[in-house]
Ligand binder design. Sequence first.
Ligand SMILES: [Zn+2]
Length: 510
Amino acid sequence: MKRLTRFFPLRPRVILAALVGWFTIELQAADPPPARTAPFRAMDLDLNETQEVELADRTRVRVKLLTVDETRDTMRDAVRQARVNVEVNGKSLVLTSATYHLPVRFAGVQIDCPITKGYIGNSSEGNAWGLLKDARLRLWPAGSPLIDPGTFVYPLKQRWFASHTQMANEPTFVDGGEVPGAKKIYYHYGLDSGGAEGLVDVMAAAAGRVISAGKEILPGYDNSPAKPRYDVIYLLDDLGWYHRYSHLQTIDPAVRPGASISLRQKIGVLGKEGGSGGWSHLHYDITSRQPSGLWGIQEGYGFLWEAYKREYAPKIIAVARPHHFVVTGEKVVLDGSKSWSASGKIARYDWTFTDGKTSNRPAVERTYSESGEYSEILKVTDSRGEVDYDFAVVLVIDKTAPDRLPPTIHPAFAPTLNIRAGDPVTFKVRSFRTTVGNETWDFGDGSEKVTVKSDGNVNSLAKDGYAVTQHGFARPGHYLVRVERTNEHGQRAIAHLHVPVEAESSGAAK
Ligand SMILES: [Zn+2]
């Protein structure tokens, strides 16, 4: 026995060494070892599995996955919330996976859960995350940034949450994609930021080499995560991460395969090209090697959040996302508790609902008696009196007629930053799932309502698919702009935009 145990380990080791050598050569062809490492460590765990990892600051952390609890909706069986119970250095913690949740500080580290296994079973995009176990966790040292300063920026010249988003594994919905009975779910692992088509610059979130731009790809990268398309750019950074920018209306001429792109360099303009579904947005995602050895999505919501805060120094951010998908009469919880203030605490939550009711609780339970797309207003105020707004989108399907789908609606505006009283602002809107009716804008400043008509997304790539109008605000303030459209069944889609307007320039400003 003893001889066997001493002899046996030798042979697998020889085989393994040969395999590793062969693999290394294979990988290096198009997958050179990264010059830098990210400030976090990822681990994939099965239930009851324990792993120990050394963080970037040399502290060792022991993590055990205790439970995974996934909540699914009644119509599509889509995972809407996944909660994991983990033990970190012997202490128990419950984390909510992705869906606009940031890493939390706990037991001397920061930790998040970017993905759990339940998402993969009915994903329309297969195992985009490269997860083979029950859950993935990421760990940072307690005081570490989520992504290294000076290496990552917010990739849009646009205010945070200026339009609809689809992020961090919420099912896609803006283009009318949430349909009862559609059982394959596009969990949006990428970061979709809505914006006004043709009016928003897209910048490189990280410096890198262009692997593909439009249909052209750098030789040697055919088997890499880069999948060229006319409206798409892939950049490879020094972490070994592939950054994808998609649906671009135009790609900057400097972005050619092999070119080096610097941090924050303009690479294109936001559009609705390719497989956008017809709504204008930047699709941005990151693919990297995962603990499984597979390529997979690197959840990037926290990176965007941190980069935006660094660059724009917002005092307060309201968060009422992700959206919800329910039938009439079904309970839904709208939750604003992910909102944030630089002064440390949200002092007040004010919800205003479509039916005129209000609530002061961070999280509030609601039911709806009529189908439609609702946009419920969340106002948050901090102890210094700073104010921000966000909107909870609630898609309600008629329980007695689930095939009679309400329209959905997507508004956007530009510019979104540094708007001054009197400035012209461009508003664009497109509706989905209806060609009947018009869009009606209420700019929230007492001015007359404006009626326009978008094409209803009949041809998703139509250049004039969005209806366009302009409006100026005479006085500074926070404006809640509302736009809606009603179809032949009286089903209504409503959306809001928050437009902050500053005092008119004195002319003496820099
Ligand atoms: Zn997308």
